[in-house]
Design a protein around this ligand. Structure first.
Ligand code: NI
Length: 172
C-alpha cells in the first residue's frame, strides 16, 4: 500500500465528471487500498478517486467513532436512490484545506453501489454516514461542498481560500 497525493482545489481533476468503473480487477483493489490508507493518514472520513487524481467512480469512507473499531467501506459506482429529511452539518474536505462550512444535505439516504467483486449492494445511511456519502458522491460529479454554499458565502470562501493558498505556498 502507498500514500497518494491529494489534489487541492482548484485542480481541474476535481471539476471533472468521473467515469463509471467496469473492470473489477487487482488494479481497482490496489487503488481502493491506497485510498483508504491515504484517507486514514490525512486523517479524513471519506475520499473520492478524483481527489487523488483518478477520474473514476470510486469512493472510500469510514465514519465510525474515532476510538472504536475501523469500519472501512469501499463503494464502486455509488448512486443515491432515495433521500429523506434535511440536515445542516459543518463539512470540510481534504481537497479544500483549512476551510469548513455548514452545508444543507438530506438526513437519510439509500445508496446503491458495487463492491470490489462487482456485486451490487444497497444500504441505508443516516447521520455522518449519510452526509459523507452525499459529499463523496458529489466529488464524482465534479461538485465540491463549497459549490453548495449560497452565492454570498461562496464569494467569502474564494477570498479566504486565496489567502489560505498563499500562506501554504509561503510555508513550502
Ligand atoms: Ni471532499
Amino acid at each position: 500500500m502507498s500514500l497518494l497525493r491529494i489534489r487541492h482545489y482548484p485542480d481541474p481533476v476535481l471539476k471533472q465528471k468521473a467515469e463509471r468503473i467496469t473492470a473489477f480487477d487487482g488494479e481497482l483493489r490496489r487503488l481502493a487500498d491506497d485510498m483508504l490508507e491515504t484517507m486514514y493518514a490525512a486523517p479524513g472520513v471519506g475520499l473520492a478517486a478524483p481527489q487523488v487524481g483518478v477520474s473514476r467512480r470510486l469512493i472510500v469512507l469510514d465514519c465510525s467513532p474515532k476510538d472504536g473499531e475501523k469500519q472501512p467501506l469501499i463503494a464502486v459506482n455509488p448512486e443515491i436512490l432515495t433521500r429523506e429529511g434535511e440536515c445542516c452539518e459543518e463539512e470540510g474536505c481534504l481537497s479544500v484545506p483549512e476551510y469548513y462550512a455548514k452545508v444543507v444535505r438530506s438526513e437519510k439516504v439509500t445508496v446503491r453501489f458495487q463492491d470490489l467483486d462487482g456485486v451490487t449492494r444497497q444500504l441505508e445511511a443516516g447521520g455522518l454516514w449519510a452526509v459523507c456519502f452525499q459529499h463523496e458522491i458529489d466529488h464524482l460529479d465534479g461538485v465540491l461542498f463549497v459549490d453548495r454554499l449560497s452565492p454570498l458565502k461562496r464569494s467569502l470562501f474564494r477570498k479566504k481560500y486565496q489567502k489560505i493558498l498563499e500562506q501554504r505556498q509561503e510555508q513550502l
